[in-house]
Design a protein around this ligand. Structure first.
Ligand code: KIV
Ligand code: ZN
Length: 515
């Protein structure tokens, strides 16, 4: 029987470390619920000590997300481990993940510790974590550049101290499949009582080898893979969850291993993470790229028409790619709306359903047919709303051939209605200049992307903008059948987020980054 490999998802922790990919608490909860639908085994929900926001996100996920183990990251310091434990109080299945470097480069230059000191600290911290919770994971950071004999000693010591999972990180994406396979095999063979722990791997993609290295480790006996949706993460990212899951499912014959991932949820997870983080998926990305299942060569198409298996190693439906499904219309009521959400796997609170239903009515008024993707956009927008300092009350735009575009915007700013008119280079520019002037923002627009959610000229346009202010970067999203209105919503959504973030920061909620 095939071995079941555990999938440890770190989209909300390492994934969030991607530049500009920060998520607010509601967004993290939404992603965590989708990870639960994907049936990942472990969700690394954050680094509790790093900020009150991370702490609250872990707590909320522990309380609201059922199924996976919820894991909180901690440096090998007592105060971090205590905080990690506090953040997990509401989780029914909890794990503390603590880490300390083992490479001489890190120990000498960064931690200023000897090998012996690092080993003792690792043991003490695993024991401390174990005094709080049974499920403890330890990571010797920069393991792949560590002396292998010393790595074996540390791993043996933390297993003796009670670590039930030992994760081997390729922190800087340096290793190769053959070398990594050798490291995992050596650890399993040389470490006393290696069978008492699950060996895990955590690979970064600096040389484009994160997935290959992870799969080589599975082949060598690793029982857990750490990965992220769309492969987002620090620098070049982490191993991509969808590639690991489909690699093992498609080549189960070779690896004699599989995962519990409900692969039909992969596309939805990819779209959600891309939308929330603003990290666009490259079209030729394996499994989830727009071209991943598109065959253009005449010879391939001919073969496919005769027999799918000639050129198709995976069915698109297996990763949740289906024809856009018409699901509702203008006359659908609240009950049908709620039922459809349940059918699509969304468990929303009454307030969230009410907010989403309002939005649905608005969209259905403008667009006769509502597809599954429209509903996804509506739900994520309703569930990730931030406190609204600024909201759109009215918008009129004049533009056309040979005319200077002009926008008249009516906003509610902290309870006060204001109206202003300004010109711009184009209709969106006119709207953005007017809003920026009204809210007196110092933020810089880093990117603006517009795309149609479904086909047809009556499709909703989805706009994603990225703003930067004072070192903070946020994404804003807006959807509407009118792309100028969608653009205004996206800009205001980003401005509301940046304002909440800066307000929180002023109150002391500043995230510390991992060393
Ligand atoms: O890349 C890394 O080493 C990490 C550890 C915290 C596991 O992310
Ligand atoms: Zn990492």
């Amino acid at each position: 029987m095939a071995r079941m490999i555990r999938i440890f998802d770190t989209t909300l922790r390492d994934g969030e470390q991607s530049p500009g990919a920060s998520m607010n608490i509601e967004e993290k909860v939404l992603v965590a619920k989708q990870l639960a639908r994907l049936q990942v085994d472990v969700i690394e929900a954050g680094f509790a000590f790093s900020s009150p926001g991370d702490f609250e996100a872990i707590s909320r996920i522990g309380q609201e997300v059922e199924g996976p183990i919820v894991c909180s990251l901690a440096r090998a310091r007592p105060e971090d481990i205590k905080k990690a434990w506090e953040s997990l109080q509401k989780a029914s299945k909890a794990r503390i993940h603590t880490f300390l470097s083992t490479s001489d480069i890190h120990l000498q230059y960064q931690f200023r510790m000897t090998r012996d000191e690092a080993r003792s600290r690792a043991v003490e911290m695993v024991q401390l974590a174990k005094s709080y919770v049974d499920d403890v994971e330890f990571s010797p950071m920069d393991a792949t550049r560590s002396d292998l004999t010393y790595l074996c000693e540390v791993v043996e010591s933390v297993i003796a101290a009670g670590a039930s999972t030992v994760n081997i990180p390729d922190t800087v994406g340096y290793t190769t499949p053959q070398e990594f396979g050798h490291i995992i095999r050596t650890l399993r063979e040389k470490v006393l009582h290696s069978e008492k722990a699950v060996f895990s791997v955590h690979c970064h993609n600096d040389l484009g080898l994160a997935v290959a290295n992870s799969l080589a480790a599975v082949h060598a006996g690793a029982g857990q893979v750490e990965c992220t949706v769309n492969g987002i993460g620090e620098r070049a990212g982490n191993a991509s969850l969808e590639e690991i899951a489909m690699g093992l499912r498609t080549r189960r014959d070779f690896y004699d291993a599989d995962t519990r991932i409900h692969t039909e949820e992969i596309s939805k997870a990819s779209r959600l993470v891309s939308k929330i983080t603003g990290m666009v998926v490259q079209p030729n990305k394996a499994i989830v790229g727009a071209n991943a299942f598109a065959h253009t060569s005449g010879i391939h198409q001919d073969g496919l028409l005769k027999e799918k298996s000639t050129y198709e190693i995976m069915r698109p439906e297996t990763v949740g790619l289906t024809q856009s499904r018409l699901i509702m219309g203008k006359l659908s009521g609240r009950h049908a709306f709620r039922e459809e959400l349940i059918h699509l796997g969304y468990a929303l609170s009454d307030d969230e359903i009410n907010a989403a239903f309002e939005r649905f009515k608005h969209v259905a008024d403008q667009k006769k047919e509502i597809f599954e993707e429209d509903l996804e956009a509506i739900v994520s927008e309703a569930a990730t709303r931030v406190p609204e300092h600024y909201s759109l009350k009215g918008l009129e735009v004049r533009s056309g051939l040979g005319q200077q575009p002009e926008a008249m915007v009516e906003l509610l700013v902290d309870g006060q209605t204001i109206t202003r008119t300004k010109e711009g280079d184009g209709p969106v520019d006119a709207v953005y200049r007017t809003i920026a002037d009204m809210v007196q923002t110092k933020s810089r627009l880093l990117s603006y992307v517009v795309k149609a959610i479904t086909g047809g000229t009556d499709a909703q346009g989805e706009v994603a903008v990225r703003l930067e202010e004072d070192g903070e970067t946020v994404m804003g999203n807006g959807a509407d059948t009118d792309i100028i209105v969608a653009s205004a919503h996206a800009y205001l959504n980003a401005l509301n987020k940046i304002r909440s973030l800066l307000d929180k920061r002023a109150m002391g909620d500043k995230k510390i980054t991992l060393c």
